[in-house]
Design a binder for this molecule. Structure first.
Ligand SMILES: C[S@@+](CC[C@H](N)C(=O)[O-])C[C@H]1O[C@@H](n2cnc3c(N)ncnc32)[C@H](O)[C@@H]1O
Length: 495
C-alpha cells in the first residue's frame, strides 16, 4: 500500500496558502474559531494564524511527523492534534463549543474511494456512501467520491447552521458536485465562489482543481456558484447554477434550456472491456497484432473496425485498429464460441489470466470474456459520435467499413441508425448553433469527462428541428409529433 497516495499527501506550497488567505481577507468575516481538518505541515493553518490573530485555531492531522513538525511553529491560540478526521467530529464540536463564527479551511486529500480500494487503503469515512446510492449506481462507479468531498460535506452538514464559511482547495469536479448536492436539497447559503488553481504549477498534478468557498453566514435562497478566472487574478467570469432542478454551467445562457428534454434516440457509451491489450488489435499491413505485440489469428466473425476518442475528436477516420467483440448483448454466454470459432476461443482462453485480472466488480459472476455497453444499438450500421473526453463539440457521422459497423471505445458517446438518411438528418440538427449553445451552457468543461450521455440524452431533438424549420421533415422521418418545450419562458429565471 502506498501510504502517501492513500493520504492524498500533497502539501500546499506557501505561495498558494497566501493566495487562499488573501481572498478570505477581502471578505467581511472574522471567525471566532478556525478548523483545519487535515492540516499537514500547516502552510494554510500558519497563514490563517498570521491574519486572524484573535481566532482560536484547531488543526487535525493523521500523520505524527507533520504534527511534530508543526508543533514548534504554532502560536498560543492554536492547537493541533494527531488524529483521524473521521473520528474527530465530536472533538471538533467540543472545541467549537458555543461559538458562532466559524471558518473551516484547508486542503483535504484528493483521493477517491475507488483509488483507495485499488491500493487497499483504509482512509475512509464511517458512512462511505454519502449519496445513499444503491445497486447499479454503486457498481458502475456513480458512488465514486473523493475523500476530500466527504470531509467537506461532513463539515457542511454538521456546522452550516452556524455563521460558517467553508474554504477548501479541492478538485473542481468536487466543488461542483458539492454544490449540486446542496442545490438538490434546497440548501440555504449566502454565496459560493470557485477560483481555478493551476495544479500542475502548485502540485505537479494533472487534475483540474480550485479554491472553493461556501459562505453560510446568511441563509438565503440562492442557487448559483460564481466562477473566477484564477486564484491569482480573481476576476469574475460566469455564474453556474441550478434552474428548475437542472445544472447549468453558465446561467447567462439559461434561454438555451428550451432545448432541455428527452432525446428520442438514446445515447450510449462505446464498448467497455478493460482488456485493450487483448481485445484491441492493430492492423499492421493486414497482420493483426495485440497490445503485447503478438500476431493474432482469429476468425473474422468477431472482428470489427474500431475508432477511439482521439480519432473522433480529430476527425481521423483511418481505421488502424480492430476490436474483438465477444458478446452481442450484455450477459450473453461466451461458451458457444468454443465449437463454432475455435481460433477465437483458443486466443481468448490463452489470455484468460488477463480477463481474470479485471478489477471492476461489473465483471464479477459474468461470462469469462464478458464486455459491457453492447446491444442491438452497437451493431447498427450508421453512428453519430462525440468524444466524452475532448472539449471541442465535434460530432462525427460514421459509416460502415468493409460492410461492418464501426465500434467505438468506452470514452465515446454515440447514437446509431439503420439508415443513412435518418443519421444525416439528425447529424445536421446536432451540428446546429442552438445545440452548440445548449451544450456549452450545460457542460462543465473542467470535468475529466465533460461530455456525457446524460447531457446528450437531454437534448430535445424535436425542439431543435422546430427551431431550425425542419419540424415537418422531422415528423415525417420519425413519425412522431413535436412536443412543446418542458418550460415556459418565465420558468427559466434564476432565483
Ligand atoms: C493534500 S495534504 C494537505 C495538507 C495541508 N492541509 C496543506 O494544505 O498543506 C492532505 C493532508 O491530509 C492528511 N490526512 C489524510 N487523511 C487524513 C485523515 N483521515 N485525517 C486527518 N488528516 C488526514 C494527510 O496526511 C496530508 O497531510
Amino acid at each position: 500500500m502506498n501510504k502517501s497516495k492513500e493520504l492524498g499527501d500533497f502539501q500546499t506550497p506557501k505561495e498558494l496558502a497566501q493566495l487562499v488567505i488573501e481572498i478570505l481577507r477581502k471578505k467581511d468575516f472574522i471567525p471566532d474559531v478556525i478548523i483545519e481538518p487535515t492540516c499537514g505541515k500547516g502552510s494554510i493553518l500558519l497563514e490563517a494564524e498570521k491574519y486572524f490573530k484573535n481566532s482560536n485555531i484547531l488543526g487535525i492531522e493523521i500523520q505524527r511527523v507533520y504534527v511534530d513538525f508543526l508543533f514548534p511553529l504554532i502560536g498560543q491560540n492554536t492547537n493541533i492534534v494527531n488524529a483521524d478526521f473521521f473520528n474527530s467530529i465530536d472533538f471538533i464540536k467540543n472545541f467549537i463549543d458555543n461559538n458562532e463564527n466559524l471558518l473551516f479551511i484547508g486542503n483535504p486529500p484528493w483521493v477517491t474511494n475507488s483509488e483507495l480500494s485499488s491500493i487497499n487503503g483504509a482512509n475512509l469515512p464511517k458512512k462511505s456512501n454519502i449519496d445513499d446510492l444503491r445497486g447499479i449506481e454503486a457498481i458502475t462507479g456513480k458512488s465514486n467520491f473523493d475523500i476530500c468531498e466527504s470531509i467537506i460535506m461532513q463539515l457542511i452538514s454538521e456546522f452550516s447552521d452556524r455563521q460558517s464559511v467553508f474554504a477548501f482547495l479541492c478538485k473542481t469536479a468536487v466543488a461542483r458536485k458539492i454544490m449540486q448536492r446542496l442545490w438538490k436539497k434546497d440548501f440555504k447559503y449566502k454565496n459560493a465562489e470557485l477560483y481555478p488553481v493551476d495544479s500542475q504549477k502548485y502540485f505537479s498534478a494533472a487534475v483540474d482543481s480550485c479554491f472553493f468557498i461556501l459562505d453560510c453566514t446568511e441563509k438565503k435562497s440562492v442557487t448559483t456558484l460564481k466562477i473566477f478566472n484564477s486564484i491569482e487574478e480573481q476576476k469574475f467570469i460566469i455564474e453556474s447554477g441550478f434552474i428548475n432542478g437542472i445544472y447549468i454551467t453558465d446561467v447567462s445562457k439559461k434561454d438555451s434550456l428550451e432545448l432541455y428534454g428527452k432525446s428520442i434516440f438514446t445515447w450510449h457509451n462505446g464498448i467497455k472491456h478493460d482488456s485493450a491489450k487483448i481485445l484491441e488489435l492493430k492492423n499492421d499491413n493486414g497482420i493483426l497484432k495485440n497490445g503485447k505485440g503478438e500476431i493474432v489469428d482469429v476468425e473474422n466473425e468477431f472482428l470489427f473496425p474500431l475508432l477511439k476518442s482521439s480519432d473522433i475528436a480529430n476527425n481521423n477516420f483511418e481505421i488502424e485498429r480492430e476490436i474483438l467483440v465477444t458478446q452481442k448483448y450484455i450477459g450473453e454466454s461466451t461458451d458457444y464460441i468454443k465449437n463454432k470459432f475455435p481460433k477465437t476461443w483458443s486466443y481468448l482462453e490463452n489470455n484468460e489470466p488477463h480477463f481474470c485480472k479485471r478489477k471492476s466488480v461489473i465483471y464479477k459472476n459474468k461470462p469469462r470474456f464478458a464486455i459491457f455497453s453492447v446491444g442491438d444499438y452497437t451493431f447498427k450500421p450508421y453512428k453519430i459520435a462525440i468524444s466524452g473526453l475532448y472539449r471541442n463539440l465535434n460530432f462525427v457521422l460514421i459509416e460502415p467499413k468493409n460492410g461492418k459497423p464501426v465500434m467505438l471505445d468506452d470514452t465515446c458517446n454515440y447514437i446509431s441508425f439503420d439508415d443513412i438518411e435518418s443519421a444525416k438528418f439528425v447529424f445536421t440538427l446536432l451540428q446546429s448553433d442552438v445545440v452548440k449553445e445548449y451544450l456549452s451552457a450545460r457542460i462543465s468543461f473542467d470535468s475529466k469527462r465533460p461530455i456525457t450521455t446524460e447531457i446528450l440524452n437531454s437534448i430535445n431533438l424535436e425542439k431543435v428541428a422546430q427551431l431550425k424549420d425542419k419540424a415537418n421533415d422531422f415528423s415525417s422521418l420519425f413519425k412522431i409529433y413535436i412536443s412543446p418545450s418542458l418550460f415556459t419562458e418565465s420558468e427559466l429565471k434564476v432565483v
